[in-house]
Ligand binder design. Structure first.
Ligand SMILES: [Zn+2]
Length: 256
């Protein structure tokens, strides 16, 4: 997944959400559509994209860690990748361009991450099963991140985070390793590869400094079917006379 450098990150005391054109940046659109792998889930319609502008004191430890890993990794892939994470949202953050202030209710994990980033100590609070142990889980599969989203009933929208993740030199695994708490020396992330125990990829990091939220994507996950108006039904309903209905029917037949 390619993306722009940290051009628009600005010095702020608290996290700011900046509304972007939902068609841009195109790499986010592309990533969410290409990463939507579950065949039975309807494709998402992106409603809004927000850039998450973190305050310096939250961002800087990440930048330092990223630079350190850059020096020590085996450079086969990009050091940093943009990856999805789904969690629960108990407010309406992102539903409309004006709703850009993260809430501070303790149940709203989405807003907690947006304000202070991820905390590995909270790993497994919602989902007890941790395939690769106590870490922070992300994926390139947007429809998998969507599985982990839980929202409020009065919103038609869903939301996932797009995160900057320092993948560094990844350890790849096909089988579960539930007791893992750290990686062997020389590795910076764990990449779970589909095939044996997984259906879709997972990328896990075990350090808070290895990840920061970068974008919030808000979308409708259940597109209504195309609106199909039957003109004959419409004429019948309008005039309620057999003649009008049959005339309408004839006209339509001639047209077709
Ligand atoms: Zn919230």
């Amino acid at each position: 997944m390619k993306f722009n450098p940290l051009a628009s990150w600005r010095k702020k005391e608290t996290t700011q959400l900046v509304s972007l054109d939902p068609q841009n940046p195109t790499y986010i659109q592309q990533a969410i559509q290409d990463g939507w792998k579950h065949p039975k889930k309807p494709k998402p319609r992106v409603q809004a994209i927000f850039e998450i502008v973190l305050p310096d004191n939250v961002l800087n430890p990440y930048l330092r860690y990223r630079a350190l890993v850059e020096l020590s990794r085996v450079p086969r892939h990009a050091n940093e990748q943009l990856l999805f994470h789904g969690t629960n949202r108990s407010c309406l953050l992102g539903d409309g361009k004006q709703r850009t202030r993260p809430c501070s209710t303790s149940q709203c994990l989405l807003c907690a991450v947006i304000r202070k980033s991820f905390d590995v100590a909270r790993s497994g609070k919602r989902h007890k099963f941790r395939r690769f142990g106590r870490g922070i889980y992300t994926t390139a599969c947007s429809s998998k991140a969507d599985d982990y989203y839980a929202g409020v009933h009065n919103s038609p929208f869903r939301a996932v985070l797009v995160n900057r993740v320092v993948v560094g030199t990844p350890l790849t695994r096909q089988h579960n390793a539930k007791d893992l708490t750290e990686l062997p020396n020389g590795y910076h992330s764990l990449v779970g590869v589909p095939g044996a125990d997984l259906n879709y990829d997972e990328i896990v990091v075990y350090s808070n400094d290895a990840i920061r939220p970068a974008y919030l994507v808000v979308y409708a996950a259940d597109p209504p079917p195309d609106v199909h108006i039957d003109l004959r039904d419409m004429f019948s309903a309008l005039f309620k006379t057999p003649m009008a209905a049959s005339l309408a029917g004839k006209t339509l037949k001639q047209v077709h």
